[in-house]
Design a protein around this ligand. Sequence first.
Ligand SMILES: Cc1ncc(COP(=O)(O)O)c(C=O)c1O
Length: 362
Amino acid sequence: MSFSITDLMRPNIASLIPYSSARNEFTGRAEVFLDANENWRDFVGDKGRNRYPDPMQRALKQKIEQVLGLPMDKLVVGNGSDEIIDLLFRIFCVPGRDKVLVMSPTYGAYQVFADINNVGVSDCPLKDDFTVDLHRLEAICHLINMGNPSTGMHKMLFLCSPNNPSGNSIPLEPIRHIATCFKGITVVDEAYFDFSGKPSAVTLMEECPRLVVMRTLSKSWGLANARVGLAVAPPEMVAAMNKVKYPYNMSGIAQELAIEALGQADEVARGVREIITERTLVATRLRNYRFVLEVYPSDANFLLVRVEDPNGVYDYLKGRGIIIRNRTTVRGCFGCVRITIGSKTENQKLLQALDEWEVMSC
Ligand SMILES: Cc1ncc(COP(=O)(O)O)c(C=O)c1O
């Protein structure tokens, strides 16, 4: 049995009549705006900060289409991709009844948004080398496909590629296979895509009708502070996200900054290449330490590293003013720390400190 995207939605969302904002109702040209109860004065300059921003972020979407080649009519932009994840839970998962499927270890926010929405989480753990356990996942998908949208079912499957915290990508073929086999919504989180050099799951969207792909400007585009995430989604999902999101979910300032950043594509591509080169250099240096047991291959801007004494390394670096992420308590990551690739200088400081830790810990 196959379900349409609308079949999978919370029934109250499928039938929701959304709030219609003043800026949504009027889109033409005018000189006098007396429709949104704004202040006619702008006390902080002349950039129109007294006016509500475009709720549909049209100029930003145009720029995204032009620079990233993602079709404007399939785009939703959010206050970070975290907002997109939250929207998906609120659109598809009935609290206390539905579930989602994740593959641990992965981005922790999927679990947190599930908890906030009182949605259960099933896990199909990645293998020891962090690749997808395809046979197990396929078997789980066949089982959970037996669910029924009206009585509760696994509504979403999260695939993070490249995965946080392991750093590896999931090849397109297993994504295509699973997205076809799973009758719910397959969400591919491509937050670190630009560091991977691999093809995007966006190319699968035609043959996989229930697939949604997320990206963010927080990583390669250097705009974590502005909070800009996006989803490429099928039309029914775009319509639902536009209904459920806050009317003005992204500030005008964030929209302007995103357009500005997207105008720096060459500079950003150079930055990405620099980080990839540094990633290789740092990984090579790390592999030479005796206290390092494994440096996992990474398609992202960080490295997952298994060490002899993760708490010791973490505390030592903290004492030196260098903060990394201790992941040793995360399922599947025993003994691991996650290290973001910084500037050349920052990476040198890290390695200098670790040289000393190597001497001290022997
Ligand atoms: C895999 C993954 N997805 C999404 C996000 C959230 O990104 P944003 O800053 O766009 O909310 C992160 C942030 O670290 C992440 O690692």
